[in-house]
Each structure stands twice: as structure tokens, then as C-alpha cells.
Design a protein around this ligand. Structure first.
Ligand code: ZN
Length: 356
């Protein structure tokens, strides 16, 4: 007599996919975290891998069997929080101890500006790029072992210079924030809310806030900073409110211009002596726009190297050809973040050397 076969109850497809995804997630997560704990892969790469490859893969699979809203609230949000929690537990790179030298990073932050100076006595950040570079900038700083920024300079309150400041105040300890003493009309320039978010971040942390103008100066150990601009209170263009900083280390120096245009450049030439202006590196004003880097300014500062921070294929056509021509006429070496990515220079106090 044929025995009646017991029919196996089939598991619903959604449940099967969820269980398979959970198993894959557990294996990939466990393996990646184990490799990170043993120092084989850095914590930031782990975060990218878990958020990107693993997280997005699992999300796509779940989207096929569960309502998208449910996947977003139950999986994506919680998973993101869990990845952050795990990454925080992983060993972080240590900040390199610098002996008698400074390292300057002109970060690749697309069509925006962010520069880090690492000195034996601490770290200085000049601008924090736009809103789109938050993750990249956080990754750069984490990879360098930066946890504290002794000084943060916000050259002027445009989104492409302070967009990621909220992240900076959330993720890093900031001791001092320096800004230009611009008459702040929040309705006009803070339409995106970046300035307000930066100030809230600074206040929440208890960061000391100071306002500087042309002639102000400070130092961090052997590293000295002289603000060359702004020099008036009636600029019509916010770019000219940019804090222009001459940074000197030993006999080497740089002029970091923010987005200062020729109006400010001409005031600088009129106000300072040639020895105060002479420098090795110019951070090209306003992403290499022809509204900056006027002939007289270039002649007065006599820099050998120009660094242009701009985005690949940007809609403004930066850097402008006339500016590149002016640099070439003066025999200046030009480096561009849109072509080379992050540009790094080291100074031992006697000369700057580019790090390949
Ligand atoms: Zn800008």
C-alpha cells in the first residue's frame, strides 16, 4: 500500500530571501570586521564596503520581496546606524607625529575648497568644502588620524567653503573657529542654512569663535598666520570678504586666498610690503576664476606654485584660461585637484616638497 507522502510546507518566498540575505550579511559583516580588527583593512574602507557593496546589495534583494518603505525604515536606517556603531569600535589610524615639518593637504573636494595643515603642534583646517563632500572629507581626516582641529578657518560663508562644517563640528573636536568679520545678512547668503548649522555646531561644542580681518595674526608653535584680508567693510561681493591667509613655516610660506577677487587682491598689494607678500605657494583665488589672480597680485606675491581647487568638468569653466596663461607667463608650476586629486606638500622650514 502506497504510503501517503507528507507534503513539506514551502516557506514563503519573502521569508526565504530575508533569511538568505541575513546569512550573507552575517558572513560578509563578520569577515570584514575581523579583517579590520586585525588591521588588514582600514576602518574607512570597511565603512564604504559595508555601507556600499554589502548594504546596497542586501537592500536591492529585499526590495524585490518586501515593500520599499519597510526596507527603508527597518533595514536601511537601522543597518546604517549599526555600521556606524561597529566602525566606531574599530581601531583608528594614529596621527603621524611630525618632527620639524608640516604637511599641507589640498583635498580633492570637487568644485569647493578644503585645506588641512598638519603641524607638530596640531591641525589647522581652512574651509570644509561643500555639502556633497561630507563623507569624503571625513574619510580624509580619519585616514590621517585627525581627531582634533586646533584651528578651523572659515574663509567666507559660501556653501562651497562651509557646506560640510556641520559634519566637522559633529565628528571632530574643534578648539577655535576663525571667520571674517563680515556683516552677516543671513537672509541673503544663508539660504542653504550652512552658516546657521556651522554656528550651531560651534556653540554646541563650546568652540571659541573669533572674527579676523586684514592685519590680524596668530601662531601655532612655529607656524605663523597673518591675515592679509579683508580690508574694508563695504564689499559688494561676499567673495571679497574672504580671509586671505599668509602661512609661514621657517622660510617657507603660502598664501591661501579663499575666493578673494581682484578688488581684495589690489587692497592687499597696497597694504603690505613685498617681504610680507612673497611666498612659495599660492592657493589660487576663487577656484582659478579670471576674477582673481590679477597680474599685479601675482607679481607682488611672486609664488612659484599655484594650487587650483576645482571640480572635474565644472560648469564655471574653472580654471579660466587667462589665469592659466598668467601663471605660465610667470613660470609658475600649476597643480589642480580636478586633474590630480588631493595635492600634498611637505615643508621642513627650508623648502616645500610635493608628496607624489
Ligand atoms: Zn568658492
Amino acid at each position: 500500500m502506497a504510503q501517503k507522502k507528507k507534503r513539506k510546507k514551502k516557506m514563503p518566498k519573502a521569508l526565504r530571501v530575508c533569511l538568505i540575505m541575513l546569512a550573507i550579511l552575517t558572513v560578509l559583516f563578520g569577515t570584514t570586521v575581523a579583517l579590520a580588527m586585525s588591521g588588514v583593512i582600514p576602518a574607512n574602507d570597511v565603512e564604504d564596503f559595508l555601507d556600499g557593496f554589502v548594504g546596497e546589495g542586501v537592500e536591492k534583494a529585499l526590495d524585490k520581496v518586501l515593500p520599499n518603505d519597510l526596507v527603508d525604515t527597518v533595514f536601511v536606517d537601522k543597518y546604517g546606524e549599526f555600521v556606524d556603531f561597529v566602525v566606531d569600535l574599530l581601531p583608528k589610524p594614529e596621527r603621524e607625529a611630525l618632527d620639524g615639518e608640516i604637511r599641507v593637504y589640498f583635498f580633492d573636494v570637487g568644485q569647493s575648497d578644503s585645506i588641512l595643515i598638519m603641524a607638530p603642534e596640531g591641525n589647522v583646517l581652512i574651509d570644509a568644502g561643500d555639502n556633497d563632500c561630507q563623507d569624503a572629507l571625513e574619510g580624509y581626516l580619519d585616514d590621517l588620524g585627525v581627531t582634533t582641529l586646533n584651528i578651523v578657518i572659515a574663509t567666507h560663508p559660501h556653501e562651497d567653503h562651509i557646506g560640510s562644517m556641520d559634519m566637522i563640528f559633529e565628528e571632530f573636536e574643534v578648539v577655535n573657529l576663525i571667520m571674517p568679520n563680515a556683516e552677516v545678512d543671513t537672509d541673503t547668503f544663508d539660504a542653504t542654512g550652512d552658516y546657521t548649522r556651522m554656528m550651531e555646531g560651534a556653540q554646541k561644542q563650546g568652540t571659541a569663535i573669533s572674527y579676523a580681518a586684514g592685519g590680524s595674526s596668530f601662531s601655532l608653535g612655529e607656524l605663523s598666520f597673518l591675515f592679509l584680508a579683508p580690508n574694508e567693510k563695504d564689499y559688494t561681493d561676499l567673495n571679497d570678504w574672504s580671509l586671505v591667509t599668509k602661512v609661514t613655516y621657517g622660510s617657507t610660506s603660502m598664501i591661501l586666498t579663499g575666493d578673494a577677487e581682484s578688488v581684495s587682491e589690489k587692497q592687499i598689494i597696497a597694504k603690505y610690503t613685498s617681504s610680507q607678500l612673497d611666498c612659495d605657494i599660492l592657493k589660487s583665488g576663487h577656484h582659478g576664476s579670471s576674477s582673481s589672480s590679477c597680474e599685479e597680485f601675482l607679481d607682488a606675491i611672486d609664488a612659484e606654485i599655484a594650487i587650483i581647487s576645482c571640480g572635474t568638468g565644472n560648469k564655471y569653466g574653472h580654471p579660466n584660461q587667462p589665469v592659466l596663461d598668467r601663471y605660465e607667463e610667470r613660470g609658475m608650476t600649476v597643480h589642480r585637484t580636478d586633474l590630480e586629486g588631493t595635492i600634498v606638500y611637505v615643508s621642513n622650514g627650508a623648502e616645500f616638497t610635493k608628496v607624489p
